[in-house]
Design a protein around this ligand. Sequence first.
Ligand code: FE2
Length: 380
Amino acid sequence: MSKLDNTSLKLPKENPEAEDFLPLLGTDHVELYVGNAKQAAYYYMAAWGFQPLAYAGLETGLKDKVSYVVQQDKIRLVLTSPLKPGGEINKHIESHGDGVKVIALGVDDASKSHHETTKRGAENYFEPKSVEDKNGKVVLSGIHTYGETVHVFVERKNYNGVFMPGYRAWNPFYKAPNVGLKYIDHMVGNVGWNEMNKWCEFYAKVMGFAQLVSFDDKDISTEYTALMSKVMSNGNGRIKFPINEPADGRKKSQIEEYIEFYNGAGVQHMALATDNIIETVTALRNRGIEFLTVPASYYEDVLDRVGEIDEDLAPLKELGILIDRDDEGYLLQIFTKPILDRPTMFIEIIQRKGAKSFGKGNFKALFEAIEREQESRGTL
Ligand code: FE2
């Protein structure tokens, strides 16, 4: 595996290596299967500043499941729970706890997307189907990816309803102010031992993605634990999927802990972009979101490492926001503690100021912070 040094790394805005038999418009939505969608929707609204958008359930003719759709700028989350025992959603929740089932990608042609990916070896999740209501038509198709996670292709160019046929607008009295989250910067998958290359090849071969960058266990290790990571991206750079696998260390890798509690491969974190990380993180912290912290010593020499930045260091230090730089600029980032009872998924907040990389300079401080959390859970 080629090891790229962050300082010499030029990450193109567009990824010219990627093939475009699968043009992607962006992340259409992310669907989580959860134990209690009504309360999860309230959490994402009250704590994360999402706005209510759409609803489907008994009142719209569904018999066995319910979905709430919430939105903040370009980020749409669908929270789905089963209403009856048995079935695929219950099985997913029993196995994984709450977690991401669907990473839905916007396309111009969902039928062609399905055809192009399945002919290159993707496993069919569902064949192209058209759903319609008075607001028009949406075409959907789906393929499997790592673990029990799937990609759904969404073609909505002939639809002007609030979300999708089958859903009605959801407009409850309660609306929390947003926290300035803009779009999904990247979504990270954790896969098992020695499976990273297999899944990177899947994204290359089946979806035409190219590798942006790779980190090996020398980049991402502490005294105790290690992991390896490669970042796959589509042609226009809108979709970035880092894939992690555990690596040998003296103690248990955070990826192993994830795999154990998620009971397999799955989405480890979503990175959500903001234009003002200080305001966003201040609001999130005030609403109860807990972030990983690094020792105060991190800030003693951080500016020697990253050079001048526009922000005052004091609020960054107060909030625990990390800083890193590459050839093209710098970035600010911070990671929540797991947002579920199982130590599985967490959320990253990222503000890019030119940098196109992923915070390699912060890996060590970050993973030591994760180890302290693992230690407290008895899973290190
Ligand atoms: Fe990330």
